[in-house]
Design a protein around this ligand. Sequence first.
Ligand code: TRP
Length: 330
Amino acid sequence: MKQVILTGDRPTGRLHVGHYVGSLKRRVDLQNSGKYDEIYIMVADAQALTDNAEHPEKVRQNIMQVALDYLACGIDPEKSTIFIQSMVPELTELTFYYMNLVTVARVQRNPTVKSEIQMRNFEASIPVGFFTYPISQAADITAFKADTVPVGEDQLPMIEQTREIVRKFNHIYGEDVLIEPKALLPDNQVCMRLPGIDGKAKMSKSLGNCIYLSDTAEDVQKKIMSMYTDPTHLKVTDPGHIEGNTVFTYLDAFCKPEHFEKYWNDYASLDEVKEHYQRGGLGDVKVKRFLNSIVNEELEPIRAKRKELEQDMGCLLYTSPSPRDQRGSR
Ligand code: TRP
């Protein structure tokens, strides 16, 4: 069986370090592993409209921003196909048929949909399109016969929903027509859900708590220096807490042993830093400076590549006929 990856992002803003550690970095590794026959990375503009119908310009503008972020991180168009969801209208068609295989009650039980409804204060005013996006996501995945979907933890209920649709479809219309996909989660537990710089559960544009891949080194520094730490760690000599301390969560996601020799040779490992912080006597500013060096080291090549691509936006526009154009000549 062919090994096929499909994944994607809603273009509602530039991508941030949460996307990066949670999924983007992994995609690049998977792409370069040479183990996959086909890799599809989708800019999910149609899905983005399900809760942004009043802001189509925002979605339109961010399609290119997300594409820039992909390329800057190392998604290579020679190895992976980047495409725009709305340019494959068959995905919408397929969604329409899949809708008959899912009950309203089943979507209502989808934990991600549930929490998004709550987050957006939708309650009774939920758009039908938004409510059905898990079904459209099943169409995205199965249309490409993807067996592997690298995503963050919040997308697990979508994959489960897709698997149910596949089983039902195959049961009714013929075995083995559709492929049952599996999710591929980040292997580092903290990377699953990197909190915002304010310590809030998730990075989100509307909360203004993100570090973007396109932020300048100065922006990143400012954001890291303002990060939420331990509110009980008032004096340097006070014992500090690691749990729920955003700076340490980020260190868990970004820090590698070689960083100590390079940026902070007072310590040999992250455990030593944590131990000192918990004991008392280690100030937040020092830890934040270390984190800033590491994060900026990781983001610098991405930023440079992005700048270079921005100078030549024309290079992003692939000129082969879109599926829509090809249709006319059938
Ligand atoms: N729901 C994903 C997000 O919010 C985007 C997405 C749409 C997706 N279709 C997909 C992800 C199919 C994986 C597979 O970012």
